[in-house]
Design a protein around this ligand. Sequence first.
Ligand code: KG4
Ligand code: ZN
Length: 337
Amino acid sequence: MDILAIESSCDETAAAVVRDGREIISSVVATQIEEHRLYGGVVPEIASRRHCESICGVVSEALEKAGKTAKDVDAIAVSFAPGLVGALLVGVNFAKGLAFSLGKPLIPVHHIRGHIAANYLAHKELEPPYMCLVVSGSHSHIVNVKSHTEFETLGRTIDDAAGEAFDKAARAMGFPYPGGVFIDNAAKLGDCTKYKLPKPHTHNPYDFSFSGLKTAVLNLIHNTEQRGESIDISSLAACFQKTVCETLTEKFISAALERNCKTIALAGGVAANSGLRNLLDETAEKHGMTLFAPPLSLCGDNAAMIGCQGYYEYLAGNIADARLNAYASMPLDEVRF
Ligand code: KG4
Ligand code: ZN
């Protein structure tokens, strides 16, 4: 079954053709990052406009690369929640138009379920159940993946998401948006013991809280500048990254241990972080767990992951009609459309 998938939840317009949920036939991602960088973050109105301009070309390119026309695909999958509503609506309405004019099924896909599914594209042997740490620009979740379409969220962020914390700390350190990758690169050159940063505590042991850590970074920079001293940015990046990665890893591994889970996975944009990948790898090995992580090309937003999850949603009978809407937020274990 060949699915044409569309993704437009934030600042990437993407389309892909995916076969039987596991094989990428084509994948095209048009990013708007350079334009949003001027404003230090994603400007929703600009994002919607750019999606409108790009979507026809991106979908055509994905079909062309797959050697297909829209008539040849078996279904249309689209990210419909969570994300920027104006941005999501571009993809949702485009997918609706295509699906109904061609008489093909329309499959609504939860964006975070898509991030988790990116692992199936890279690891053919991976099957649920397993535990997944989802860390993106707007989500930090510990998820018990019971089946391809049944999920249980064990913990989540109570304030800033991991990616958001990286981006805000990076901004304070003088890096461009989105700053996660700049912190990652700077951290490789720094001393991760130079600055003391607080490890956040939460009531539910599997929840996350990163806003206090972000404030500690801001205060440290401010106080050092007030004393007329200079900050060692690489070391601050290394200390910040170490604190975030240790927090994510400790909570995630203890959730997996508590559930006696030996298969674990990583997903979302922050899954590209080299410190997190290395620490999780070491820790998983120590506990005899098998860790799956997507290749860097599938960590950030893309449509191939939506095509993959779309296949499993289709098998589960999750097909939408013309009333499909877009939603800014929606829990991944209570999907409604
Ligand atoms: O999943 P994603 O592409 O978009 C959302 O659905 O939110 O995640 C984007 C986030 C940004 O916050 C970005 O800074 C972060 O992923 N990110 C990284 C790295 N690469 C991307 N954070 C830390 N280290 C990286 N190497
Ligand atoms: Zn995403």
